[in-house]
Ligand binder design. Structure first.
Ligand code: ZN
Length: 113
């Protein structure tokens, strides 16, 4: 399961960042195109956080919409699904700007001093 390895590297990062302090909250950014199923990610997190600095932490997932930028007309657009044609000029020369994220935005420690 893809989500498993994502969670493992996220926990790894929390471990490094928290330096042994308990983590209160992990806020993640997950792009709609990342291939990550938010529900599975949360479940995996709850399973694997045991015995880590995140054992009492909750995970918040911020879903990121897919946006593209057209290299022909230089406009940006939000797209649903996997239709990457520019809605302004209908050109196919677009690049994905957001929607592929899968990382931690920030973490909150219980003890903030
Ligand atoms: Zn365009």
């Amino acid at each position: 399961m893809h989500e498993y390895s994502i969670v493992m590297s996220m926990l790894d990062l929390c471990e490094k960042h928290a330096k042994g302090k308990p983590v209160e909250k992990v806020v993640t950014k997950i792009g709609k195109m990342s291939g990550i199923e938010p529900h599975f990610l949360k479940d995996s997190f709850d399973i694997f956080k045991e015995d880590t600095v995140c054992s009492d932490a909750s995970m918040t997932i911020n879903l990121i919409d897919i946006t593209i930028r057209c290299t022909d007309c230089a406009k940006e657009a939000m797209v649903d699904s996997y239709n990457f044609f520019c809605p302004h000029c209908e050109g196919g020369n677009t690049e994905v700007m957001t929607g592929q994220e899968m990382h931690i935005e920030y973490i909150e420690l219980k003890d903030n001093q």
